[in-house]
Design a protein around this ligand. Structure first.
Ligand code: FE
Ligand code: FE
Ligand code: ZN
Length: 214
C-alpha cells in the first residue's frame, strides 16, 4: 500500500503503463474487425499514438527514478474483454462498427480518468515535467474519444438502426429519404451507439429488401 501521494502516483503510472500495453495488443484486433475504412484507420492511427504513450510513460518512470514496470490493470482488462466479446458477435457491418466504437470509447474514458488523476497528483507534488508529459497523452486520448464520437454520428449509428450498410446510408443521403420502417417510433434514437435491441438489427435481409420497398 502506498503511504504517500508520490507512491500512489508511482502505482497509478504502473497501472496506466500496463493498461497502455494491453491496448497496444487489442487495437490491431479492433482494426481488423472494423468494417468501415475510416474506423479502421482511426484504430490504426491510435495504435501509433498508444505506442508513443508507452514510451512517454517510460520517460516518466525515469524522471521518478523508478524501473518501468507495469502492474496488472484489471479495469482495462475487463473493458478489453468486453471488446473481444463484441468482436465474436456476428453483426451487420455498421452495427459491428457502432459496438466497436462503444467499446473503444470505454477504453478512452478510462484512460482520460487515469491520466487526469496522475496529472493532478504530479502537479500537487510539483513534478511539473511529469505533468506536462502526461498532459500530451491526455490530449491524445481526448482527441481519440472525440474522433470516435464524430465517426459514430457521421452515419455509422444511423446505418446500424436498420441493419443497413454504410453505403446504403450514403445513397439515402442523396435522395430524399422517408422512412419505410413504419414500425420504428423514432429515428432520433440513432444517436445512441447502443441501440442493439432494435428488432430490425438481426435481419441481414433488411439490407437487400430496402431497394425493393422504395
Ligand atoms: Fe492511451
Ligand atoms: Fe487500472
Ligand atoms: Zn487511448
Amino acid at each position: 500500500m502506498p503511504t504517500n501521494l508520490r507512491e500512489a502516483l508511482v502505482d497509478e503510472i504502473k497501472d496506466i503503463y500496463n493498461a497502455e500495453k494491453q491496448i497496444v495488443k487489442a487495437l490491431p484486433k479492433m482494426a481488423k474487425g472494423a468494417a468501415s475504412e475510416e474506423l479502421r484507420e482511426a484504430f490504426e492511427s491510435h495504435l501509433e499514438e498508444t505506442e508513443n504513450q508507452v514510451s512517454r510513460l517510460e520517460r516518466v518512470f525515469e524522471l521518478l527514478d523508478e524501473k518501468p514496470r507495469g502492474k496488472h490493470c484489471a479495469g482495462m482488462a475487463g473493458i478489453l474483454e468486453e471488446g473481444s466479446e463484441t468482436l465474436q458477435e456476428d453483426a451487420e457491418d455498421a452495427l459491428m462498427d457502432a459496438m466497436l466504437i462503444a467499446g473503444a470509447q470505454r477504453v478512452e474514458h478510462y484512460e482520460i480518468t487515469a491520466y487526469g488523476t496522475a496529472i493532478a497528483w504530479a502537479e500537487a507534488l510539483e513534478l511539473t515535467e511529469i505533468a506536462e508529459i502526461l498532459g500530451e497523452s491526455l490530449a491524445e486520448e481526448k482527441a481519440a474519444d472525440e474522433k470516435l464520437s464524430a465517426l459514430a454520428e457521421s452515419g455509422i449509428n444511423e446505418a446500424a438502426t436498420a441493419g443497413e450498410s454504410e453505403d446504403d446510408m450514403e445513397e439515402e443521403a442523396e435522395t430524399d429519404s422517408r422512412s419505410t420502417r413504419t414500425s420504428e417510433p423514432s429515428e432520433a434514437t440513432a444517436r445512441s451507439a447502443s441501440g442493439s435491441s432494435r428488432s430490425s438489427n438481426g435481419s441481414k435481409s433488411a439490407t437487400r429488401q430496402r431497394g425493393g420497398r422504395r
